[in-house]
Design a protein around this ligand. Structure first.
Ligand SMILES: CC(C)(COP(=O)(O)OP(=O)(O)OC[C@H]1O[C@@H](n2cnc3c(N)ncnc32)[C@H](O)[C@@H]1OP(=O)(O)O)[C@@H](O)C(=O)NCCC(=O)NCCS
Length: 440
């Protein structure tokens, strides 16, 4: 028997994950990782998580690298790896090592994805893995006088074929090798391939598994989210980052600006990093978006359930007035919501009393995990702007617990008698809410 506390935590976790599970079904994620992942003994855990994402109906494209394995193969053959600007110089002998290593790694990854032993997270999983000549390449050529020979750059991604495979519920595994129309083989950088594929198939997420927990700021603190502009500024200011992050960041910025919804940077050594990043509100790594993550918008009828869920605990403890589904549905046009990564994290309503040129800022709430980040204020400012547009002269708020919050934002306490007549009639003397008002 499970401990009641464990039970509770499990149930809470599954419930918290539910909106994300619904939101991600049918979405496409490109997950990219270097060869190091397969060397460090945590490949099994990663594969289990990939199988779980697949089981949740997420379309997956995996892009793998093989740098350390190619180096090993070269050393075993008495060859010395050579690089220029972080790119391997692929001469004919190196290309042989690349082909051999890539082939072996592909087989190994396919084998890992094909496991299904009972009593493991892979039990009952069957992942069909496909791949193919999806990438055409061209030579990088001569850089600073150095001929990179068989090192290539992505020329074209055959997106239709990848998407067709995904539509068949296959996991697409891409090995960073490309061919030119003349039949020449090129060694590609996995991070470039991941970027090009994610852009070509318009992936919802591009995930880089890196040697660091994510992107850090000047103070070395992990950033949970940033915009592409902020990422670019960190790069241009040469803010210190781990080598993998520096390697993938330029491509991540381009992908983000070319329509890939979100780019995630996660620690490849952290067990379950993808699950925690995608299915918990807090996440564990860094997510980069082209525009700020939280989006304020008018609510629609589809948001009713989310608003109800958001305010239910606050109504239960008396912080907010109880509102049932019918009431929220009827008043939905008054609501604005803050959406973060597809999840509603805050709401507020503007109830108009047009005859008295007044409005009521009501049902203002932000979920606890996102408080103290200015979202409450963002909603308040939005409601004030709306009220001004409607030519209201006053904005009221009734609160039992947050009077100071409003006072610090220019509201003053007033009498029940100064409420608009219709509101005054409904005033609940048992709740004894404080009445606050702000001139607009
Ligand atoms: C009030 C509420 C919407 C603020 O949301 P938020 O996103 O945290 O707001 P902001 O980030 O803009 O402001 C945070 C600041 O307000 C302060 N604050 C939060 N709740 C407060 C309260 N009840 N009274 C006084 N100050 C409060 C915080 O301490 C923080 O200030 P600090 O960082 O200087 O300590 C949020 O706490 C909430 O949902 N509360 C429950 C519902 C509620 O009371 N709604 C108001 C009645 S309609």
């Amino acid at each position: 028997m499970m401990e009641p506390e464990t039970d509770k935590r499990l149930v809470a976790w599954v419930r918290q994950a539910a909106p994300y599970i619904h939101a991600f079904r049918g979405k496409t994620f490109v997950v990219a990782f270097g060869g190091g992942v397969l060397q460090e003994g945590n490949a099994q855990a990663l594969i289990h998580d990939i199988a779980l994402l697949d089981a949740m109906g997420i379309h997956l494209v995996l892009v793998h690298g093989a740098r350390p394995q190619i180096d090993e193969e070269m050393t075993a053959r008495g060859l010395s790896p050579r690089f220029h600007n972080g790119l391997r110089i692929t001469d004919a002998a190196t290309l042989e090592c690349v082909k051999r290593t890539m082939g072996r790694m592909r087989i190994e990854i396919e084998a890992l994805l094909s496991q299904g032993l009972p009593n493991t997270p892979m039990a009952g999983a069957f992942l069909r893995v496909t791949g193919g000549n999806f990438i055409t390449a061209r030579p990088v050529g001569i850089v600073d006088g150095v001929d990179l020979q068989h090192t290539g750059a992505v020329r074209h991604v055959i997106a239709e074929e990848i998407c067709a495979d995904l539509a068949q519920e296959n996991v697409v595994l891409i090995t960073p090798i490309g061919v030119s129309p003349s039949g020449e083989i090129f060694n590609l950088a996995w991070e470039d391939v991941a970027e090009a594929v994610a852009v070509a198939i318009r992936a919802d997420k591009l995930v880089f598994l890196c040697d660091a927990p994510g992107i850090t700021n000047k103070q070395g603190e992990l950033l949970d989210a940033l915009t592409a502009d902020e990422g670019e500024s960190l790069l241009s200011k040469k803010v210190k980052q781990c080598p993998d992050i520096l390697r993938v960041l330029p491509g991540a910025l381009r992908a983000c600006r070319s329509g890939v919804g979100r780019v995630h940077f996660l620690d490849r050594k952290q067990d379950g990093a993808m699950l925690m990043e995608f299915f918990t509100r807090e996440g564990v790594g860094t997510v980069m978006t082209s525009t700020p993550l939280a989006r304020l918008r008018e609510a629609s009828i589809a948001d009713v359930a989310s608003i109800l869920a958001l305010i239910a605990p606050l109504a239960a403890d008396g912080t907010l007035v109880k509102r049932d589904r019918e009431r929220i549905e009827a008043e939905i046009a008054h609501f604005s919501v803050l959406e973060h990564d597809g999840i509603i994290i805050g709401c507020a309503a503007l109830h108009p009393y047009s005859g008295e040129k007044a409005g009521e800022l009501a049902c203002l709430a932000v979920i606890p995990e996102y408080r103290r980040a200015g979202y409450g204020d963002q909603l308040r400012r939005h409601i004030e702007t709306q009220a001004r547009k409607m030519k209201f002269k006053q904005l009221f708020a009734l609160t039992t617990r947050a009077a100071h919050w409003f006072v610090e934002r220019g509201f003053v306490e007033t009498e029940v008698a100064s409420l608009p007549a219709a509101k005054r009639e409904l005033y609940n003397f048992q709740r004894r809410s404080k009445v606050l008002v702000k001139g607009l």
